[in-house]
Design a protein around this ligand. Structure first.
Ligand SMILES: NC(=O)c1ccc[n+]([C@@H]2O[C@H](COP(=O)([O-])OP(=O)(O)OC[C@H]3O[C@@H](n4cnc5c(N)ncnc54)[C@H](O)[C@@H]3O)[C@@H](O)[C@H]2O)c1
Length: 402
């Protein structure tokens, strides 16, 4: 449990006495406007304050919320609120959230928590020191379909999970400050971390730049778990793209007993559990035997509650403020996703898998650069922890205004 500072305690007391929480939504663009709608409807919210450096955005959103106070900078709004939702572009998350935390405000930061793990750690430490709630907007972890998928996987209904495959494709929306990995993969990594209840130990990524001048718009990521060097070990594959003719939002989990497909775009059958599989012949190790047989069984469609994930998430934030409890998607949860993103981003640059352990403060990034199989065999020889290669500066992903 976090320590609660005197200022934050006063706010908690006010909120628990029923005076309600006053929430600033900073960034009133595409996603911030949804936060404004959801916060207006949340229990325990007394007032929603709109903040955006663009006056036209404020005027536009202000038409829907005529009584909502608005400000063109967070500093002017801070005296009037208890909590802040940061829905500005990712490169600004650390600076904006830090400003709120230093003023003793509870903070919900949109994904990714920060563009770098150093930024995410700073926010986590600062929130703990200030005794305020820090939550990250990993909306899919509040999505009833993702929670159902987690339940299915954790109950071992699928058997041993072989791999998870995610596809998040569409034409756009192109971003101005981060590449497609930092924009879209946070969703998939948070979903995978949540349903598996595990964090990856290494990441590998390939990405290419087509229509965007600066940022990669198509990327493939692979996450490895504790059996990194075992090609039969658990892995997760993620395909993200801003440059695809078809909108796809799909997660497939393949297990030794069954398979599950979560299609976020499906109207009725968002999760299907398929009793499909492959059976080894009795003498499975004998490669001269005829190959595998295939099992085709029932397809089950579980009930998924229609709750809006963003509304569930934001209500949880307000409840955590009122009760002083730690959010499901706290700073550590946000950091775990950022570390996987950072390892993927570094892998893309170095052209080799990157262990998350390499990103820690005491990593050996000053060691000589080497690639591919040399790296793997050196890692194997040294017991699998891997020698970190490349320059320390290469860890940084995109600019972070802080
Ligand atoms: N959880 C989700 O499902 C989800 C979905 C979409 C976007 N997002 C996240 O929401 C955030 C915003 O994305 P978006 O698509 O709404 O972007 P957007 O560009 O539509 O809106 C961002 C807004 O922030 C404002 N802004 C920028 N810097 C500011 C500052 N320092 N102070 C005040 N206002 C500032 C801009 O003027 C703009 O209006 C991003 O972090 C993104 O990753 C999350």
């Amino acid at each position: 449990m976090q320590l609660i500072s005197a200022g934050a305690l006063t706010q908690l007391t006010q909120v628990s006495k029923g005076t309600g929480c006053r929430v600033a939504v900073v960034g009133c663009g595409y996603w911030g406007s949804k936060h404004a709608r959801v916060m207006h409807a949340a229990d325990g919210v007394e007032e929603v304050v709109l903040v955006d450096s663009r006056r036209d955005r404020l005027l536009n959103l202000g038409r829907s919320y005529k009584t909502a106070p608005w400000y063109t900078d967070l500093r002017s709004a801070l005296a009037h609120v208890d909590a802040v939702v940061v829905a500005t572009p990712p490169s600004t998350h650390v600076a904006v959230a830090m400003q709120a935390i230093e003023a003793g405000k509870h903070v919900l930061v949109e994904k990714p928590l920060a563009p770098t793990s150093a930024g995410a750690r700073r926010l986590d430490r600062a929130a703990a020191a200030a005794g305020v709630v820090l939550m990250v907007g990993h909306t899919f972890e509040y999505n009833p379909a993702v929670r159902k998928l987690r339940q299915i996987i954790q109950s071992e209904e699928l058997g041993e999970v072989y791999y998870i495959d995610c596809a998040r494709l569409n034409l756009g929306l192109y971003q101005n400050d981060v590449n497609v990995i930092l924009d879209l993969a946070p969703h998939d990594i948070s979903i995978i971390n949540h349903v598996l209840g595990r964090k990856p130990v290494a990441a590998q990524a390939w990405a290419s730049r087509h229509a965007h001048r600066r940022f990669e718009d198509v990327a493939y990521l692979r996450l490895f778990y504790d059996d990194f060097f075992d090609d039969r070990g658990l892995s997760a594959n993620i395909h993200v793209s801003w440059l695809d003719p078809c909108k796809v939002r799909r997660v497939t989990a393949v297990g030794s007993q069954k398979m599950a497909v979560y299609d976020d775009l499906a109207v009725d059958e968002r999760i299907r559990v398929l009793d499909k599989g492959v059976c080894l012949p009795p003498d499975g190790d004998n490669m001269t035997q005829p190959p595998l047989s295939y099992r085709y069984g029932d397809i089950v469609v579980p009930f998924i509650s229609p709750d809006e994930p963003l509304a569930v998430q934001n209500q949880h934030f307000i409840e955590c403020i009122a009760t002083g409890s730690r959010p499901l998607t706290d700073g550590a949860n946000g950091l775990a996703v950022v570390e996987a993103l950072e390892a993927a981003e570094l892998s893309r640059r170095l052209g080799r898998p990157v262990l998350l352990a390499e990103l820690s403060a005491d990593s050996r990034f000053t060691q000589p650069f080497s690639l591919g199989s040399r790296y793997v065999s050196a890692s194997r020889a040294s017991g699998g922890t891997g020698a970190a290669n490349g320059a320390a500066s290469a860890v940084r992903t995109s600019p972070e205004m802080s």
